[in-house]
Design a protein around this ligand. Structure first.
Ligand code: SAH
Length: 340
């Protein structure tokens, strides 16, 4: 059965018209779901009984199960169980500017990045829109606080689940939905070129992050197989086109892997690659996972890398680390669960 949290306001309007009812019920229902936060249709008081009965037959209002929570300073990690017993995870980070959540977009992932825990399990299926919305809604309920920032950087490649993702953005951005400002929403992709181009036409001003992780094809091919499909000579022009259309600055994510992509040569090459692009580079200290054989760069090397970018006038930050103690890096929680 379909779930009510997967409908945008527009979808809901169409639905009500389709069942011969009133379009404005969509506003009412949205407000029950996202302002009053009902958990059962029986709480609705301003829509006729017969119409409610019809909604009940068409859409479930069921939530997901949270089956594990782990807390560390400023970070909590939630393991969700889906209706088909699959598991996904979301991570909540407390910043001084508000609560930010990292959500998953797929069960498993097909991108196969060598350093990433999520890719150890092939994609089983896309997450439905409601499964993305509910990660936010349920964590807000559990902590009794609002979430102000959303990043789609959990398990999965969001651009490989494009249609559900866009619906999700519409629902969480809608002033009558979760009302999260588009500039507070970020989506990260490993570089699916056709979708980057398509995304430049999406009307909401959502931040785009690109997992770059290597400054040349030879190295990128080794650690990110997707580069063989969309090599840098296609990825970089696509990003430039995206920039020309949207005028929004992009983020390049660059994980620092010891002796692999953290050399001064790589730093200089990276500068050349991104020079002239309206971007900043987010250097990510690698969160070591048990079985993948990559090591994190030491702090001296990270700082050397950082300085080279700075000297070349590239906007650069080093990601503040959350959750290394509770293995919150991509897919690590789910992996642990499945090892049990
Ligand atoms: N598939 C998307 C989004 C999910 S991954 C993408 O590739 O962008 C989100 C980010 O976390 C990516 O930049 C990914 O490369 C990075 N990542 C994966 N494993 C990591 C680890 N162990 N430590 C630090 N970052 C990691």
């Amino acid at each position: 059965m379909k779930n009510i949290y997967g409908l945008t306001l527009e979808d809901m309007q169409e639905y009500f018209l389709g069942i011969g009812s009133k379009k404005f019920h969509a506003n009412q229902l949205f407000s029950w779901l996202y302002e009053k936060r009902i958990e059962s249709y029986s709480e609705i008081t301003d829509i006729k009984k017969e119409v409610i009965e019809q909604i009940k037959r068409d859409y479930s209002i069921d939530r997901l199960k949270i089956v594990d929570v782990q807390n560390d300073i400023d970070v909590s990690k939630y393991l969700f169980e889906l209706e088909d017993s699959e598991h996904i995870e979301a991570v909540l980070m407390r910043h001084d500017y508000g609560n930010s959540i990292c959500i998953s977009s797929e069960v498993g992932c097909n991108m196969g990045c060598k350093f990433c825990e999520s890719g150890r399990r092939k994609k089983v299926r896309n997450l439905e829109t409601y499964e993305m919305v509910l990660q936010i809604l349920m964590i807000e309920k559990l902590i009794g606080e609002r979430i102000s920032h959303v990043v789609v950087m959990g398990i999965g490649e969001p651009f490989d689940n494009y249609d559900n993702l866009l619906k999700f953005f519409k629902i969480i951005n809608d002033p009558k939905g979760l009302a999260i400002g588009s500039r507070h929403i970020t989506v990260s992709t490993c570089g699916l070129v056709p979708k980057i181009l398509e995304f430049s036409d999406f009307p909401l001003q959502i931040n785009l992050a690109i997992s770059l992780h290597a400054p040349n094809n030879e190295l990128r091919n080794k650690i990110m197989p997707i580069n063989k499909v969309y090599p840098l000579e296609e990825l970089i022009p696509a990003i430039k086109k995206y920039l020309a259309k949207t005028n929004r600055r992009v983020t390049f994510e660059y994980i620092l892997l010891k002796d692999i992509n953290d050399t001064e040569k790589c730093a200089n090459e990276l500068c050349k690659l991104v020079k002239g692009i309206n971007c900043y580079v987010n250097l990510i200290p690698y969160n070591e996972t048990n079985n993948l054989g990559f090591l994190r760069s030491n702090t001296v090397q990270i700082m050397k890398f950082y300085d080279i970018l700075k000297k070349n006038n590239i906007g650069v930050t080093i990601r503040r680390e959350f959750g290394t103690n509770i293995s919150a890096a991509c897919g690590q929680l789910r992996s642990k669960k499945e090892e049990l």
